[in-house]
Design a protein around this ligand. Structure first.
Ligand SMILES: Cc1ncc(COP(=O)(O)O)c(C=O)c1O
Length: 388
């Protein structure tokens, strides 16, 4: 969560460099005016190194990153794309925008895609799976990767909440054909708005790079106005200002995550003393980004009571329970493509509803005050006592 908490001199310095080198805010061209200052390209290069991948491509948002990912692997009208029931609406919006058919799969106690449910959801029309590492906890990504490999379908990782996390030392976002990230203002590293894609296969990178830039191949043999193209595309380019902030934020990422993990442990240590709650499961081998600490209560009423008590005591929750309807696909009646593809989907998603409706999510920050873990514990204790 707290990229914004650590914005400082480093971001200002990076932005000032743009203006002291001609003030070019566009990622391409203007070579004679910019004194070799290419912030987006530098950000992409550094990001690829941090993730140990061959290619990365910066875009204007995490939603754009998902849309470009689907274009890059050739998803087209009528293809089925499976994603999980607990995610932000953006994941499904990208599928709908690609004219593909969204199919929603249940989660397990990691609150991410259940591999067994995924197996049941795959049909001959399935072309891709978008797994989401929600709120900093990795999905069962190794099992999911194996399932996708067996079924010969693409795996995309929506790593909006997992940037900097890993499983068995492999970075989240690097398990499938494409990984996507979000740098919006709520994320572990932020560029205000912004996103990134990572790839190891050149053909997907080339296609994404062209697609996010109106089909431009940026062919070095031609000036941009005569540039070659093979497909149409769109404009999802990142600006140099975002790139500059991204360079500074990326350098802070590992420290941000270390602090979040430390603070999460401090809160968890306190909450472990409460016997009526059960923590979200963390897959073996995970290195969490620790954006949130989520636990299950007895029922929905208890979860709401926890939220109310935390607010009353000057604390808060994050997404669960208050923003449940923006993050649980079982409530998205406004996206008719979900029900068109599966009229029975609400019934099928009952197990997800069962888990999410009784969950409480505590936000983790870098600059947590030392009394917060105790205050969170006593708020939860009071809330549970009031309801029983
Ligand atoms: C899981 C998930 N995917 C995608 C996005 C979209 O990212 P952005 O806000 O950068 O468009 C978000 C945003 O919160 C998200 O939570």
């Amino acid at each position: 969560m707290p990229g914004y908490e650590v914005i400082g001199e480093e971001e200002i310095h990076q932005i000032n460099q743009i203006f002291s080198n001609g003030g070019i805010l566009f990622r391409q061209g203007f070579e004679k005016l910019r004194n070799n200052c290419f912030k987006v390209k530098e950000f992409e290069k550094n990001f690829a190194i941090e993730k140990s991948v061959k290619y990365s491509l910066a875009v204007s948002s995490g939603t754009a990153a998902l849309r470009v990912a689907l274009a890059a692997i050739g998803i087209s009208e009528g293809d089925e794309v499976i994603t999980q029931s607990f995610t932000f609406v953006a994941t499904v919006e990208a599928i709908v925008e690609a004219k593909a058919k969204p199919k929603i799969c249940n989660i397990n106690k990691t609150l991410n895609m259940d591999p067994e449910e995924l197996k049941k959801s795959i049909t001959p029309n399935t072309k891709a799976v978008i797994v989401v590492h929600m709120l900093g906890v990795p999905a069962n990504i190794e099992e999911i990767k194996a399932i996708c490999k067996d079924a010969k379908i693409h795996l995309i990782e929506d790593t909006a909440w997992g940037c900097g996390g890993s499983v068995h030392n492999k970075k989240l976002g690097t398990f499938g054909s494409v990984g996507t990230y979000s740098f919006d203002f709520a994320k572990t590293m932020t560029t205000g708005e912004g996103g990134m894609l990572v790839f190891n296969e050149k053909k997907y990178y080339d296609s994404a790079s062209a697609w996010h830039d109106h089909g431009h191949e940026n062919n070095p043999l031609f000036p941009r106005w005569e540039d070659t193209r093979k497909t149409s595309g769109f404009n999802f380019r990142m600006t140099e200002l975002q790139g500059a902030v991204g360079i500074a934020q990326l350098k802070k990422l590992s420290k941000v995550i270390e602090s979040q993990r430390f603070n999460k442990m401090a809160i968890k240590k306190q909450l472990k003393e409460i016997k009526d709650i059960e923590f979200r499961e963390i897959p073996e081998g995970s290195y969490e980004t620790a954006d949130a600490l989520i636990f299950f209560t007895k029922d929905k009423a208890t979860a709401i009571s926890c939220r109310d008590k935390l607010l009353e005591n000057g604390l808060t929750t994050k997404i669960l329970p208050e923003a449940y309807t923006w993050h649980f696909a079982g409530t998205w009646d406004h996206i008719k493509e979900i029900s068109d593809n599966n009229p029975n989907y609400k019934n099928l998603l009952k197990p997800s509803h069962e888990l999410l409706s009784k969950a409480v999510s505590i936000p983790i920050t870098v600059k947590m005050s030392s009394d917060e873990p105790m205050r969170i514990k006593s708020s939860i204790q009071e809330a549970i006592k009031n309801i029983s």
